[in-house]
Design a protein around this ligand. Sequence first.
Ligand SMILES: [Zn+2]
Ligand SMILES: [Zn+2]
Length: 448
Amino acid sequence: MKKTMSVAFFFVLGAMIGLSLSCGDILDEMLRELIGSVAVDAMRAAYIDSRQILDDGRIHVILAGTGSPRIDGDRSHPCTALAANGQFLIFDAGPGAVDKLFLQGFPVQDVEHFFLTHMHSDHMGGIANLINLSYNSGRRNVIHVYGPDDSRNLSHSLYPPTSKEYRAGHETTTPDGLPDTRRINELNAVDLRNGLVWDVGPDPDLVYIPGIGDMVDGINMAYSADTVIRTSNRQIPEDPDGWAHNMAVAHPHPDMPYTEQENHGWGELQEVVTFPDKGSGHGDLVVKCFLVDHYPCFPSYGYRIEYAGKVVVISGDTESLMPYEAAPGEQSYWATYAENADVFVHEALNLEITEIMLDAIMAEPDLLAIPAVVNIVAQFRGAADHHTDVLDAARAAAEANASILVLTHVPNPTPNDPIKDLFTEGMNAFYSGQIILGEDGMDIQVPF
Ligand SMILES: [Zn+2]
Ligand SMILES: [Zn+2]
């Protein structure tokens, strides 16, 4: 009896082990197939499907990052892309934004031209990553970087006298005792002149402002060893000069004639680069730049892209409507820069929401004892001086006769629909076109 039981036991046990082994094999095989198909699908999505937007009869305006310098889980730092005529152009690359662009399913490998609006970290902190990621993703030509010139010897006294705040007298602190960032900005300008921040040439009245030439040299140098190692280790047969192709080439914008002309260059459009028609018959794609008032960050640019009779305008960071002291009723520079834009991507904050935030924080003495909080409050206060309130963005879009206004560079948290609605409240009173509060990953399409 015992023997029979033991035989039966071992028979059942053997069957169970055999069954589990065969199930294990099946599971193992299924897992292998799953891993393989996921890998193949990911490759197709990243390097084939993503490229369909490059020439599909539409201009794609892609909001990779719609945030500001503030770290926001919902909004990456500033980055806008444009796909048309076989080109994939990127405007600004804040930290993390290009990774997000890749994860959003857009063809980072096709970026060969990058445009910087100004030398603020939230717009340039991801450029090195853009250069490396695009090469590692398949770019095989040098990447061209356009933006502010360097080696600019700018007289402090000629620093563009365009900002209301610069001309106004300032107190060092606000009535509630916090640092007044406008005053700090002015002090920074004095620091520049005294050589405390940047090198000063032989003339102590001149300041040297680094631009994309210095920046690109620095990035190329910093990553040169990494580039050589990666490209040689990979032994990419079709690109033996990969170490060179991973590099960037700077194309600084020519100086705007701000000292010679009455309007200091405001309102002037300047051609940056033309991409010839790639056979679609819709003509060349032209990128133009223009100066904006983002004092004290000078020069700061926006971009106007023209293709197939359509216009896309990217404001860059800019203060309100400042056409440098426009008389009442006079139009701002947006009437020229963004004239008849099909898509006008404009930076925006909401002053009302900002005040609510600041009032709440200011009512908490324990928070105000923390230096970081004091800094944040000061930054939000300062933002109003060189950024644009939503209502002024609406006015700008109306002046430009733009079809669609897209809001980006949003510093205020917008975690739910009621707050998003509050963010754009009142804009319709000034602008009757379509208003889109930008979200990361949005792909706004303009058929032509
Ligand atoms: Zn910014
Ligand atoms: Zn800025």
